[in-house]
Ligand binder design. Structure first.
Ligand code: COA
Length: 207
Protein backbone atom coordinates (compact mmCIF):
# COMPACT_ATOMS: atom_id res chain seq x y z
CA UNK A 1 0.00 0.00 0.00
CA UNK A 2 1.37 3.41 -0.84
CA UNK A 3 1.89 5.50 2.23
CA UNK A 4 -0.58 8.31 2.69
CA UNK A 5 0.54 10.92 5.11
CA UNK A 6 -1.76 12.93 7.27
CA UNK A 7 0.39 15.92 6.30
CA UNK A 8 -1.42 15.61 2.97
CA UNK A 9 -4.84 15.66 4.55
CA UNK A 10 -6.25 18.04 1.98
CA UNK A 11 -6.73 15.20 -0.45
CA UNK A 12 -9.27 13.58 1.89
CA UNK A 13 -12.14 15.96 1.54
CA UNK A 14 -15.77 15.54 0.59
CA UNK A 15 -18.40 18.03 -0.48
CA UNK A 16 -21.74 18.03 1.30
CA UNK A 17 -24.84 19.89 0.22
CA UNK A 18 -27.15 21.91 2.43
CA UNK A 19 -30.86 21.51 1.89
CA UNK A 20 -30.69 24.57 -0.39
CA UNK A 21 -27.91 22.92 -2.41
CA UNK A 22 -25.03 25.02 -1.10
CA UNK A 23 -21.68 23.25 -1.09
CA UNK A 24 -19.95 22.63 2.24
CA UNK A 25 -16.47 21.18 2.31
CA UNK A 26 -15.70 18.49 4.88
CA UNK A 27 -12.17 17.52 5.81
CA UNK A 28 -9.99 16.41 8.70
CA UNK A 29 -9.04 19.18 11.05
CA UNK A 30 -5.47 20.42 10.61
CA UNK A 31 -3.03 22.21 12.95
CA UNK A 32 -3.64 25.46 11.04
CA UNK A 33 -7.29 25.28 12.24
CA UNK A 34 -6.42 25.61 15.94
CA UNK A 35 -7.51 29.26 16.32
CA UNK A 36 -10.50 28.91 14.02
CA UNK A 37 -11.68 25.78 15.84
CA UNK A 38 -11.54 27.55 19.21
CA UNK A 39 -13.29 30.54 17.65
CA UNK A 40 -15.99 28.19 16.35
CA UNK A 41 -16.64 26.70 19.81
CA UNK A 42 -16.52 30.11 21.52
CA UNK A 43 -19.07 31.40 19.02
CA UNK A 44 -21.55 28.59 19.60
CA UNK A 45 -24.50 29.57 21.78
CA UNK A 46 -24.22 28.52 25.43
CA UNK A 47 -27.01 26.05 24.84
CA UNK A 48 -25.35 24.45 21.79
CA UNK A 49 -22.07 24.06 23.66
CA UNK A 50 -23.89 22.55 26.62
CA UNK A 51 -25.69 20.11 24.34
CA UNK A 52 -22.46 19.21 22.58
CA UNK A 53 -20.33 18.63 25.69
CA UNK A 54 -23.03 17.83 28.31
CA UNK A 55 -21.74 20.62 30.51
CA UNK A 56 -20.97 24.32 30.68
CA UNK A 57 -17.71 25.21 28.94
CA UNK A 58 -16.84 28.41 27.12
CA UNK A 59 -14.17 26.89 24.87
CA UNK A 60 -12.28 23.64 24.45
CA UNK A 61 -10.03 23.04 27.46
CA UNK A 62 -6.36 22.73 26.45
CA UNK A 63 -6.23 18.92 26.77
CA UNK A 64 -9.41 18.41 24.79
CA UNK A 65 -8.23 20.86 22.14
CA UNK A 66 -5.06 18.87 21.56
CA UNK A 67 -7.09 15.64 21.40
CA UNK A 68 -9.34 17.23 18.78
CA UNK A 69 -6.29 18.17 16.72
CA UNK A 70 -4.60 14.78 17.01
CA UNK A 71 -6.43 13.18 14.10
CA UNK A 72 -6.13 9.39 13.99
CA UNK A 73 -4.73 8.96 17.50
CA UNK A 74 -6.42 6.01 19.19
CA UNK A 75 -8.71 5.70 16.15
CA UNK A 76 -10.31 9.06 16.93
CA UNK A 77 -10.89 11.61 14.21
CA UNK A 78 -12.11 15.18 13.97
CA UNK A 79 -13.64 16.60 10.83
CA UNK A 80 -14.68 20.16 10.14
CA UNK A 81 -17.27 21.38 7.67
CA UNK A 82 -16.18 24.66 6.16
CA UNK A 83 -17.49 27.34 3.87
CA UNK A 84 -15.85 30.40 2.33
CA UNK A 85 -17.26 33.51 4.00
CA UNK A 86 -15.82 36.85 2.82
CA UNK A 87 -12.80 35.04 1.43
CA UNK A 88 -12.10 33.24 4.69
CA UNK A 89 -12.53 29.49 5.17
CA UNK A 90 -14.97 29.40 8.08
CA UNK A 91 -15.90 26.36 10.16
CA UNK A 92 -19.67 25.90 10.16
CA UNK A 93 -19.84 22.44 11.77
CA UNK A 94 -17.62 19.81 13.33
CA UNK A 95 -17.83 16.16 14.19
CA UNK A 96 -15.62 13.85 16.17
CA UNK A 97 -15.77 10.10 15.79
CA UNK A 98 -14.04 7.10 17.29
CA UNK A 99 -13.83 3.66 15.81
CA UNK A 100 -14.11 0.90 18.42
CA UNK A 101 -12.65 -2.15 16.67
CA UNK A 102 -13.55 -4.54 19.50
CA UNK A 103 -17.28 -3.89 19.03
CA UNK A 104 -17.15 -2.85 15.35
CA UNK A 105 -18.87 0.38 16.24
CA UNK A 106 -18.33 4.02 15.43
CA UNK A 107 -19.17 6.53 18.16
CA UNK A 108 -19.69 10.17 17.21
CA UNK A 109 -20.71 13.62 18.36
CA UNK A 110 -21.27 16.74 16.30
CA UNK A 111 -22.35 20.34 16.27
CA UNK A 112 -23.42 22.95 13.74
CA UNK A 113 -22.87 26.71 14.09
CA UNK A 114 -26.11 28.23 15.40
CA UNK A 115 -26.35 30.52 12.36
CA UNK A 116 -26.25 27.47 10.10
CA UNK A 117 -28.61 25.20 11.98
CA UNK A 118 -31.78 24.06 10.20
CA UNK A 119 -30.11 23.91 6.77
CA UNK A 120 -29.68 20.15 6.70
CA UNK A 121 -25.95 20.24 7.47
CA UNK A 122 -26.13 17.75 10.36
CA UNK A 123 -28.26 15.41 8.25
CA UNK A 124 -25.66 15.46 5.48
CA UNK A 125 -22.77 15.20 7.94
CA UNK A 126 -24.28 12.13 9.59
CA UNK A 127 -24.70 10.50 6.18
CA UNK A 128 -21.02 11.19 5.52
CA UNK A 129 -20.09 9.73 8.93
CA UNK A 130 -22.06 6.62 8.04
CA UNK A 131 -19.90 6.24 4.97
CA UNK A 132 -16.74 6.68 7.04
CA UNK A 133 -18.07 4.13 9.53
CA UNK A 134 -18.57 1.62 6.72
CA UNK A 135 -15.09 2.36 5.35
CA UNK A 136 -13.62 1.62 8.78
CA UNK A 137 -15.52 -1.68 9.00
CA UNK A 138 -18.08 -0.60 11.60
CA UNK A 139 -21.37 -2.46 11.76
CA UNK A 140 -23.15 0.07 13.95
CA UNK A 141 -22.76 3.76 14.65
CA UNK A 142 -24.01 5.47 17.78
CA UNK A 143 -24.02 8.71 19.69
CA UNK A 144 -25.20 9.99 23.05
CA UNK A 145 -27.31 13.04 23.69
CA UNK A 146 -29.01 14.71 26.63
CA UNK A 147 -32.60 13.56 27.02
CA UNK A 148 -33.57 17.24 26.89
CA UNK A 149 -31.99 17.73 23.42
CA UNK A 150 -35.13 17.47 21.34
CA UNK A 151 -33.40 18.71 18.19
CA UNK A 152 -30.79 15.95 18.24
CA UNK A 153 -33.39 13.33 19.15
CA UNK A 154 -35.61 14.42 16.29
CA UNK A 155 -32.67 14.50 13.88
CA UNK A 156 -31.52 11.02 14.96
CA UNK A 157 -35.04 9.64 14.58
CA UNK A 158 -35.36 11.10 11.07
CA UNK A 159 -31.95 9.68 10.19
CA UNK A 160 -33.06 6.15 11.06
CA UNK A 161 -31.50 5.73 14.51
CA UNK A 162 -33.14 3.70 17.28
CA UNK A 163 -32.93 4.75 20.94
CA UNK A 164 -31.65 2.85 23.93
CA UNK A 165 -30.89 3.84 27.51
CA UNK A 166 -27.36 5.02 28.14
CA UNK A 167 -25.50 2.30 30.10
CA UNK A 168 -24.17 4.66 32.82
CA UNK A 169 -25.97 7.99 32.77
CA UNK A 170 -29.74 8.42 33.08
CA UNK A 171 -29.53 12.00 31.75
CA UNK A 172 -28.36 10.68 28.39
CA UNK A 173 -30.02 8.67 25.67
CA UNK A 174 -28.07 6.64 23.13
CA UNK A 175 -29.05 6.54 19.47
CA UNK A 176 -27.82 3.65 17.40
CA UNK A 177 -28.03 2.64 13.78
CA UNK A 178 -26.95 -0.37 11.80
CA UNK A 179 -24.63 0.64 8.97
CA UNK A 180 -26.22 -0.13 5.67
CA UNK A 181 -23.73 1.31 3.20
CA UNK A 182 -22.64 -1.43 0.80
CA UNK A 183 -19.05 -2.51 1.49
CA UNK A 184 -18.19 -2.13 -2.17
CA UNK A 185 -17.90 1.25 -3.85
CA UNK A 186 -17.77 3.17 -0.61
CA UNK A 187 -17.23 6.72 -1.86
CA UNK A 188 -15.18 7.72 1.16
CA UNK A 189 -13.01 4.58 1.33
CA UNK A 190 -9.88 6.73 1.09
CA UNK A 191 -10.52 7.82 4.67
CA UNK A 192 -9.73 4.29 5.74
CA UNK A 193 -6.40 4.45 3.93
CA UNK A 194 -5.71 7.72 5.71
CA UNK A 195 -6.47 6.10 9.05
CA UNK A 196 -4.31 3.07 8.31
CA UNK A 197 -1.51 5.27 7.06
CA UNK A 198 -1.56 7.21 10.28
CA UNK A 199 -1.17 4.01 12.28
CA UNK A 200 1.69 2.85 10.07
CA UNK A 201 3.49 6.19 10.37
CA UNK A 202 3.10 6.50 14.09
CA UNK A 203 2.80 3.18 15.99
CA UNK A 204 2.31 4.99 19.29
CA UNK A 205 -0.83 6.68 17.96
CA UNK A 206 -2.98 3.68 18.81
CA UNK A 207 -1.52 3.23 22.33
C1 COA B 1 -28.45 18.97 16.73
C2 COA B 1 -27.79 19.73 15.59
C3 COA B 1 -26.44 19.07 15.29
C4 COA B 1 -28.70 19.67 14.35
O1 COA B 1 -28.00 20.31 13.28
P1 COA B 1 -28.77 20.93 12.00
O2 COA B 1 -27.78 21.10 10.92
O3 COA B 1 -29.52 22.12 12.42
O4 COA B 1 -29.79 19.77 11.65
P2 COA B 1 -30.59 19.64 10.27
O5 COA B 1 -30.76 20.98 9.65
O6 COA B 1 -29.93 18.58 9.48
O7 COA B 1 -32.00 19.19 10.81
C5 COA B 1 -32.40 17.88 10.78
C6 COA B 1 -33.60 17.65 11.69
O8 COA B 1 -33.29 18.02 13.02
C7 COA B 1 -34.48 18.50 13.63
N1 COA B 1 -34.34 19.89 13.98
C8 COA B 1 -33.49 20.79 13.45
N2 COA B 1 -33.63 21.98 14.08
C9 COA B 1 -34.58 21.80 15.02
C10 COA B 1 -35.16 22.63 16.02
N3 COA B 1 -34.78 23.91 16.16
N4 COA B 1 -36.11 22.09 16.84
C11 COA B 1 -36.48 20.79 16.72
N5 COA B 1 -35.97 19.95 15.79
C12 COA B 1 -35.04 20.45 14.97
C13 COA B 1 -35.59 18.35 12.63
O9 COA B 1 -36.13 17.07 12.76
C14 COA B 1 -34.82 18.47 11.34
O10 COA B 1 -35.48 17.91 10.26
P3 COA B 1 -36.52 18.82 9.40
O11 COA B 1 -35.81 20.08 9.06
O12 COA B 1 -36.82 17.95 8.21
O13 COA B 1 -37.69 19.05 10.27
C15 COA B 1 -27.58 21.23 15.96
O14 COA B 1 -28.80 21.73 16.44
C16 COA B 1 -26.49 21.47 16.98
O15 COA B 1 -25.33 21.65 16.63
N6 COA B 1 -26.86 21.49 18.28
C17 COA B 1 -25.84 21.72 19.33
C18 COA B 1 -24.91 20.52 19.54
C19 COA B 1 -25.68 19.25 19.74
O16 COA B 1 -26.77 19.22 20.28
N7 COA B 1 -25.07 18.12 19.33
C20 COA B 1 -25.70 16.82 19.50
C21 COA B 1 -25.13 16.05 20.64
S1 COA B 1 -23.60 15.32 20.24
Amino acid sequence: MSTLRLEDLKQYSDVLRTRQGEAINIRFVEPRDTEELQHYFRSLSTRSRYNRFFGAISELPKGLLSEFLDVGARERFTVVATKMVDGFETIVAEARYAFHAETSTLEFGLSVDDRWQGHGIATALMKNLECRAAALGAEHMFGDTLRSNETMISLARKSGFAFVNHPDDWKLVRFDKEINVAPKDIPCASWRLAALSRQADSPSASA
